[in-house]
Design a binder for this molecule. Structure first.
Ligand code: SAM
Length: 253
């Protein structure tokens, strides 16, 4: 089964290469994936990188071609980054881009020793874990973190996918993974002995997507609309009940 999924990802890696639509949303226009990319980096910058200790070891879970680690690498407090992905093609890209080691394997069977990392970044990673393996994978992630270690997870929201499905069938493909209900996501963190430090989601952007698609088709600028979405998400502290992507920043006490 995992072989089938791996083959789908190898196909996607070789056809899309090192572009945003290789690892973000395959069918979204470039401008919108660029926005998602920028916002994810902003979350990492604000919630994670601002509070780092010195000389930390980072695991980039389901690392893809290194989209996120390219930025992490610039941080002077990060001493060592390990990428992990089951796609050989992405692992090779990662190694070249980050000049760092990679482990080619399944995130449902993490090969790392306990207390190996200070920080784990899992951007759209947990969504590829089978439901029956979720608790055990969260537990393994907890084990390979050091005491006071942190983990940032970003994954799709179930409620938003359900909503999109009502209007547009067959939007999701073989590499779309699963999505999480708000409560389920939160519970996963808490049940695995993590403390939730922060949670958020791109709720404003999610509902602006149809408008931005219309604007793009009509040739109108979308810059101000996207800026407005960022502002709303940054200043309105609404729990991300409905969002294309939601994130949580967890701490191992
Ligand atoms: C949506 S992409 C995200 C890549 C990267 N985290 C980023 O945000 O740029 C998902 C990645 O997970 C990898 N992947 C999917 N299922 C996996 C599994 N079971 N074990 C390890 N890697 C997996 C894919 O090869 C792909 O690189």
């Amino acid at each position: 089964m995992i072989e089938e999924e791996k083959a789908e990802w190898e196909k996607r890696a070789s056809s899309k290469g090192q572009n945003l639509n290789s690892v973000l949303l395959k069918n979204l226009p470039e401008e919108l994936n660029a926005y998602i990319h920028k916002r994810q980096l902003a979350i990492i910058e604000k919630s994670v990188l601002n509070n780092l200790d010195k000389d930390i070891a980072v695991l980039d879970l389901c690392c893809g071609y290194g989209r996120i680690s390219k930025e992490l690498k610039k941080n002077k407090h990060i001493k060592h980054i390990v990428g992990m992905d089951f796609s050989r093609i992405y692992c090779d890209f990662f190694q070249k881009n980050i000049q760092s080691s990679t482990v080619c394997g399944d995130l449902q069977a993490l090969p790392f020793q306990n207390n190996s990392f200070d920080l784990i970044i899992g951007i759209t990673a947990l969504m590829y874990v089978k439901e029956k393996n979720l608790s055990q994978t969260m537990q393994s992630l907890n084990n390979c973190l050091k005491k006071n270690g942190k983990i940032l997870l970003i994954d799709p929201g179930f409620e938003y996918r359900w909503f999109v499905d009502l209007f547009k069938k067959n939007t999701y493909g073989k590499t779309s993974g699963r999505s999480f209900r708000y409560k389920e996501y939160k519970n996963l963190g808490e049940e695995s002995f993590f403390r939730i430090e922060k949670m958020g989601g791109n709720f404003a952007f999610s509902f602006a997507i149809p408008v931005t698609l219309f604007f793009l088709k009509a040739g109108f600028p979308i810059k101000f609309l996207l800026q407005f979405c960022s502002l709303i998400e940054d200043f309105l502290k609404i729990p991300p009940y409905i969002a294309l992507h939601r994130w949580m920043f967890l701490s191992k006490d």
